[in-house]
Design a protein. Structure first.
Length: 373
């Protein structure tokens, strides 16, 4: 009897461990590579454009896979995605989804409901890249021409990852990072902004800057120079080329390749007045070779002054909007929680009225050549 019971238990275990409970054939899936979400002007709901990998092209072409597009709409995002069953044989498969594109209109109205919906869907990767379309619709961006890849979703993801490595122009903002920014104290949400640009092959996607948010509503955009300044304050940018006006004329410029840059943020609170402190250490290489220590010292002073001016300008601009994009509040929260709890209710006002103290320690070096002394 015991042997029979043991044998029965083993058979049950084997039955439970064999196979995959949710196994699906490849030809029964529609592999999603990207989604663009727009507002439906008719219903006030959502219009969703889904980029799907064309499996047939993978099997028959040597140039790589191509994409198919399916457009759907619904009063809610769930209704919009479910309505694809009326048009597709294959079930939507989200595990390989690269990007989620949200229209600027929806972002200005509030992006939190969209982030919450896709984060709560167990089939969707929380690490996929989130971005904003600066075109009239998000669908137009997703349907633009590509240069490196056949699928626009993979093209956009590649651009974001390339810039993330150098931290020079854009910023990676995955679904979970965006959610964290919305929840974290003293931290504002930043999402890469993309637009289409005329090219010989048509309109291609290009990173345009960073969209910044007040709570969950898009309120403005940082342009290229401001993004550089933002990364100098908050990150450690590299592989960046800095362009500053030449002293001789306003129409000529000097170029420097940034070799290394580190920044340290801190906050002082004395006598009811807040001071925002940024200390930057940077090494750069001038594009043109200069002879003589006097010229090098003059260039160093000019680059330092330009950097201080650029950082001050971007901070001052955000102070006018009472928006801490740089994480000064978050830094205070981590270093002095007691003081943060005291200042948090009036942080926007204190940030707007704060003094700004910026120091830049700059060293110029030549790289790639030997210089005669």
């Amino acid at each position: 009897m015991r042997r029979f019971a043991a044998l029965l238990a083993i058979l049950l275990v084997v039955l439970l461990l064999s196979g995959c409970w949710d196994y699906r054939e490849m030809d029964s899936l529609s592999i999603v590579s990207g989604i663009a979400v727009d507002k439906d002007p008719t219903s006030g709901g959502y219009k969703v454009l889904i980029e799907i990998v064309d499996i047939n092209s993978v099997e028959t072409e040597t140039s790589g896979s191509t994409s198919l597009f399916v457009e759907t709409e619904g009063r809610t995002l769930r209704e919009a995605l479910n309505s694809t069953r009326k048009r597709l044989y294959g079930q939507l498969f989200f595990s390989n989804m690269q990007v989620l594109i949200v229209s600027r209109q929806l972002a200005e109205e509030g992006i939190a409901p969209i982030i919450d919906f896709f984060l709560n869907d167990v089939d969707i990767r929380e690490a996929l890249d989130l971005l904003i379309s600066d075109e009239p619709t998000a669908a137009e961006l997703l349907q633009g021409e590509t240069l490196d890849y056949n699928l626009m979703s993979f093209q956009l993801e590649h651009i974001i990852q390339s810039y993330q490595k150098s931290a020079s122009y854009s910023v990676s903002s995955s679904l979970f990072q965006a959610f964290d920014s919305l929840q974290a104290p003293g931290k504002a949400l930043l999402i890469p902004l993309f637009a289409l640009r005329e090219h010989q092959d048509g309109k291609v996607a290009e990173a345009k800057g960073l969209a910044y948010f007040q709570e969950d509503k898009l309120v403005g955009v940082l342009g290229q120079d401001e993004v550089y300044a933002h990364f100098m304050i908050t990150g450690s940018p590299s592989e960046v080329v800095l362009i500053i006006p030449a002293p001789e004329t306003e129409t000529s410029y000097l170029a420097f390749r940034l070799l290394r840059c580190t920044a340290r943020q801190s906050v002082r609170y004395e006598g009811g007045r807040l001071t925002l402190v940024v200390a930057v250490q940077m090494e750069a290489s001038p594009e043109t070779v200069y002879d003589g220590d006097d010229e090098m010292k003059a260039l160093t002073v000019r680059l330092q002054a330009h950097t201080v001016r650029s950082l001050t300008q971007v901070i001052t601009r955000m102070q006018a909007q009472r928006l801490d994009l740089f994480g000064f509040g978050s830094a205070l929260y981590k270093t002095d929680y007691t003081l943060w709890t005291e200042l948090e209710p009036q942080w926007s006002h204190l940030f707007a009225e704060a003094a700004v103290e910026i120091s830049v320690d700059c060293t110029l070096r030549f790289s790639g050549i030997m210089r005669e002394e």
